[in-house]
Write a protein that binds this ligand. Structure first.
Ligand SMILES: [Zn+2]
Length: 305
């Protein structure tokens, strides 16, 4: 069903990347700039992220020697150095996730660039190197503006992971150049299954971990069957809670026992994809941007009919 499967290292059937968006309470400050100090319960919910969930997750995946990728806003890095130190000590990747979990679609191009550069500098200072990859804040609610991908190319990012346009990595191209897109898998975002919280204006039916894992596993089985890739978009205060985190262990074992799976960081996946493109071993699908330069002009007339 996948027309152009990527040749993964060592003949693996599929690649697996466990990725975590470490928003912490940056989201509360952004949503409630004038009253965040009065949202104490929501702050506590989100501070659980670096304080409790990150050490637990790093312990769990460490037992299986699986690399992780953390997309971290600059503000979180500045405010929770112990969590960042733990990621680095365990050789996990730290990638860019904005500064204060802003909405790119509410920024001018210059504001978006300033925030991007600020996040790059903070990551450079914390890790000693530029981030390789980027995931927009608000990934599931249109956090990518018409400028975002172009700015990533301008600033020399190796990959983006904010879009949904394929099952496997592909190439985004515009007049400036190209960048690898490692697309999000729509069904493997933990907010949909576990989060329901009034301060975030987000109401969903909360699922039992066994039901959510069933969905994650079905996506993995399909990726394995068709030579694809499985990547989760998870959040430590959501999937790092006790019962949900405990439910991950059988999933990890299932993936490992199935065999022929390449567990990798996002940076390593982007590097591999780039190398098979360069060597001519794989021809990517190329998506040309922009998809459109404005809303369809005729649409207005049509809607008025
Ligand atoms: Zn986020």
């Amino acid at each position: 069903m996948i027309k152009n499967p990527i040749p993964w290292p060592n003949g693996a059937r599929c690649a697996v990347a466990f990725t975590w968006d470490v928003d912490a309470d940056a989201t509360v400050h952004v949503n409630y700039p004038d009253s965040a100090d009065n949202h104490v319960a929501t702050l506590s919910l989100m501070r659980y992220d670096p304080e409790i969930a990150i050490p637990r997750i790093i312990d769990l995946f460490g037992r299986y020697t699986i690399p992780l990728t953390f997309f971290v806003p600059g503000w979180t890095i500045e405010n929770y150095p112990a969590a960042i130190e733990l990621m680095l000590k365990n050789s996990h990747e730290i990638a860019h996730h904005g500064y204060l979990h802003h909405d790119n679609n509410r920024m001018s191009r210059q504001q978006e660039l300033d925030i991007l550069c600020r996040g790059i500098e903070i990551i450079k200072e914390a890790t000693g190197r530029k981030p390789l990859g980027y995931r927009t804040p608000n990934v599931a609610s249109n956090g990518v503006s018409r400028n975002t991908i172009d700015l990533l190319m301008q600033e020399g990012f190796e990959y983006d992971s904010s879009l949904f346009g394929d099952d496997i990595p592909y190439v985004l191209s515009n007049e400036r150049g190209k960048i690898i897109e490692i697309p999000c898998l729509h069904g493997v975002d933990d907010w949909k299954y576990y989060m329901s919280w009034q301060d975030f204006d987000y109401r969903m039916q909360v699922l039992a971990p066994v039901r959510a894992i069933e969905i994650f596993k079905a996506e993995f089985d399909a990726a394995w069957e068709y030579g694809g890739m499985w990547m989760c978009v998870w959040h430590p205060p959501v999937s790092g809670r006790l019962a949900r985190c405990a439910a991950l262990e059988p999933l990890i074992r299932y993936m490992q026992d199935k065999g022929d799976v390449w567990f990798a960081s996002m940076g390593d996946i982007a590097a591999h994809v780039n190398s098979v493109i360069q060597s001519g071993h794989w021809k990517p699908r190329i998506d040309k941007l922009p998809y459109c330069v404005s809303p369809i002009p005729a649409l207005k007339d049509y809607m008025n009919l």
